[in-house]
Design a binder for this molecule. Structure first.
Ligand code: HEC
Length: 125
């Protein structure tokens, strides 16, 4: 009899553990069933795009003939406003003036992120 009692308790607590695990994940899903896409910000998206594709020339000290730096939020934002940054990255592959200079055109999805960032008002964080 004692063995059966023990088994009941053992199985019972197993089920309990399962239940609480399930309800935990239910709560997580339930509170956010249809996540709103994260807004593109300089910190979460743009900085990495520029670091990976542009800073080899437009770094803290511009090199390879680049005349300006794209190493801060303000500089990238101003280059969109004043230096036609979006027009430069949107040019067709092989067109003169396309950025990255002498490089491979960024994937359209990446270009679109920069355009969204501009349209959303250049959020920093
Ligand atoms: C291999 C070096 C190199 C890379 C990488 C590079 N650039 Fe440039 N960039 C240049 C040079 C050289 C110039 C000046 C010649 C010109 O205007 O085409 C320039 C000019 C520019 C200009 C025009 C500035 C003006 O005064 O009109 C913009 C905007 C620009 N780059 C943005 C970018 C962006 C954004 C990236 C990354 C996606 C990038 N560049 C990557 C070398 C580079």
């Amino acid at each position: 009899m004692k063995t059966y009692q023990f088994l009941f308790i053992a199985i019972g607590s197993l089920i309990n553990v399962n239940c609480s695990n399930n309800s935990e994940s239910d709560i997580t899903t339930g509170s956010n069933p249809d996540p709103i896409p994260t807004t593109i910000t300089y910190t979460n998206t743009i900085q990495t795009i520029i670091t990976s594709n542009c800073n080899s020339c437009h770094g803290t000290t511009p090199t390879n003939g680049a005349s300006f730096s794209l190493n801060t939020y303000t500089k990238v934002k101003n280059a969109i406003i004043n230096e036609q940054l979006i027009e430069r990255i949107s040019k067709a592959q092989g067109t003169s003036g396309m950025m990255p200079d002498n490089g491979t055109r960024l994937p359209q999805a990446t270009i679109d992120k920069v355009i969204s960032w501009k349209n959303d008002g250049y959020k920093e964080q």
